[in-house]
Design a protein around this ligand. Structure first.
Ligand code: SF4
Length: 164
């Protein structure tokens, strides 16, 4: 059934919140950075076989000031933690974070003093993706889950309290 049949006289009614959330989820721009092996799978997601451009996300931004999605792909060392936090703070609101893989989510096999045991210790995480490494299809599934999460968010998302 065509959209026109749902819209008598060409009139479409919605709420400000739904329209804003639709725009937000449809224009996520990822920050272009990777920390370890999971980043290779993230890069593959942008290739034609997996085609992240179906979501309008194929241009990974080089500046955090132009990005609203941080995909933490790889283990986070104590040395890199302040850098990751700084990049997150430089991203404008509203912004979202995906922890890609076991290392970013929990430290993975690196249960030692050098590695942060989960990136949620330094930035608020919206979606966790398991696997070592997760395949590109899993990252795409995580992105679609994030879309569904954004659809239900309040417009006050930009004012949420930051957890550290
Ligand atoms: S989860 Fe596995 S593939 Fe990903 S960064 Fe850790 S060791 Fe590498």
């Amino acid at each position: 059934m065509g959209l026109e049949e749902h819209i008598p006289n060409g009139l479409l009614l919605t709420t400000m919140e739904k329209a804003a959330n639709w725009a937000r989820k449809s224009s996520l721009w990822p920050l272009g950075f990777g920390l370890a092996c999971c980043a290779i799978e993230m890069l593959c997601t942008a290739a034609s076989r997996f085609d992240i451009s179906r979501f309008g996300m194929e241009i990974f931004r080089s500046s955090p000031r132009q990005a609203d999605l941080m995909i933490v792909a790889g283990r986070v060392s104590n040395k890199m933690a302040p850098v990751v936090r700084l990049l997150y703070e430089q991203m404008p609101e509203p912004k979202w974070v995906i922890a890609m893989g076991a290392c970013a989510s929990t430290g993975g096999v690196f249960n030692n003093y050098a590695i942060i045991q989960g990136v949620d210790k330094i930035v608020p995480v919206d979606i966790y993706i398991p696997g070592c490494p997760p395949r590109p299809e899993q990252l795409l599934e995580g992105i679609m889950k994030l879309h569904r999460k954004i659809e239900k968010e309040s417009l006050k998302k930009g004012q949420r309290i930051k957890r550290i």
